[in-house]
Design a protein around this ligand. Structure first.
Ligand SMILES: Cc1cc2nc3c(=O)[nH]c(=O)nc-3n(C[C@H](O)[C@H](O)[C@H](O)COP(=O)(O)O)c2cc1C
Length: 349
């Protein structure tokens, strides 16, 4: 199984089948509204600064793809939309381009657009020796330069690796490498749907990472994705592991709370609307990140990406108006009421 082929299988499965966690914890974050908000919708200011760069909206197109010629168009549609709207974007794991330079342009296409904040991406398991060598410093530098990145996301995805037919199983030594890379780059420690614990966040702070993308349980489940891939490959054991861990992980809003170690935070995992972005911001995030929602738009056209961003913007601004917020700083003061299954976690933090 080549890395390139795997990327296409992920896109196919995620865009055509239900691979979400069974519960979206963002729905358990209610917002106390204001009936007399004293804010004019058209005067609402959504601009922000993230790691030194200005964005027009606090939205991130989360890391997804690149690595196969067919993915170039997806990244191009996303980059055009991100540039037009002035939002941040990440590319998917760049290992495919590191292993095969011919795949480079499926990622570097994003540099043809004026995206205000670009995030390179490598996997934490690939930073150490597995059945093959760890990525070298030069290879990581190549990944960063390939998309002229403003930051480097290191993604943590062990639940996926363990459910994957060809997954990596070593984790010793990752901390050391993350610490070294954090001296050289603005590193964003990124979960991919299982969430970070408080200890993880404290470790990241100590290692010198620049931001945390909290990616918890509520949205795309990579154990689910790998379970379906394993089923197609008649790998019964892995199919079962993926099914067993389908709903594994720390709920996204809890991962956000655990990660509050005075670093910029990205709320992600199950963010589907501008209201969800607002909920994440109210709970302390600087940006809200969406992946699968953007994938579906990007598979259609660049126009669909632009449409989606403008819908997210209207929803975000509506929530701001309904809570009397005229800028993003005001959102931090908005009262939340937690309910449902989220309370079970809240009570035991
Ligand atoms: C098609 C697809 C491919 C992905 N590939 C990557 C990747 O290469 N690197 C990464 O850090 N995250 C990857 N992710 C994870 C997302 O960035 C995000 O953390 C996760 O999907 C949860 O967000 P969602 O619920 O909005 O989909 C991928 C997600 C999707 C949908």
């Amino acid at each position: 199984m080549t890395v390139e082929k795997r990327k296409l299988e992920h896109i196919d499965i995620i865009s055509t089948q239900n691979v979400s966690h069974d519960y979206n914890y963002w729905d358990d974050v209610d917002i106390v509204q204001r009936s007399m908000p004293e804010v004019n919708f058209d005067e609402i200011d959504t601009t922000t600064t993230f790691l030194g760069k200005k964005l027009k909206l606090p939205i991130l197109i989360s890391s997804m793809t690149g690595g196969h010629p067919d993915t170039k168009k997806i990244n191009e549609n996303l980059a055009r939309g991100a540039a037009e709207a002035g939002i941040a974007m990440g590319v998917g794991s760049e290992r495919a381009a590191i292993l095969n330079k011919k795949m480079g342009d499926s990622y570097s296409v994003v540099t043809e657009y004026d995206v205000p904040f670009r995030i390179a991406n490598v996997g934490a398991p690939q930073l150490i020796r597995q059945s093959r060598n760890a990525l070298t410093d030069d290879e990581i530098e190549y990944a960063v330069r390939l998309i002229k990145a403003n930051a480097l996301a290191i993604h943590f995805n062990f639940v996926q690796e363990l459910s994957q037919p060809e997954g990596d199983r070593n984790a010793k030594g990752i901390k050391n490498r993350v610490g070294k890379l954090s001296k050289k780059y603005k590193v964003i420690a990124k979960e991919t749907g299982a969430g970070f614990s408080m200890q993880d966040a404290l470790d990241f702070k100590q290692l010198g990472v620049s931001a945390i993308d909290t990616g918890g349980r509520s949205g795309t489940s990579f154990a689910a994705v790998e379970s379906l891939r394993s089923r197609d490959k008649a790998d019964e054991k892995k199919e079962r592991v993926g099914r067993t861990f389908w709903n594994w992980g720390i709920p996204s809003p809890i991962s956000l709370i655990y990660s509050n170690v005075e670093l910029p935070l990205i709320a992600s995992g199950g963010i589907r609307t501008g209201l969800d972005v607002f909920r994440g911001l109210a709970m302390g995030a600087s940006l809200g990140g969406l992946a699968s929602t953007f994938l579906k738009a990007a598979l259609q056209s660049d126009k669909e990406v632009t449409n989606l961003i403008s819908k997210l913007e209207v929803e975000l601004k509506s929530a701001m108006m309904l809570t009397g917020c005229s800028n993003l700083r005001d959102i931090k003061k908005v009262r939340r009421v937690y309910r449902g299954r989220l309370i079970e976690w809240m009570n035991q933090i």
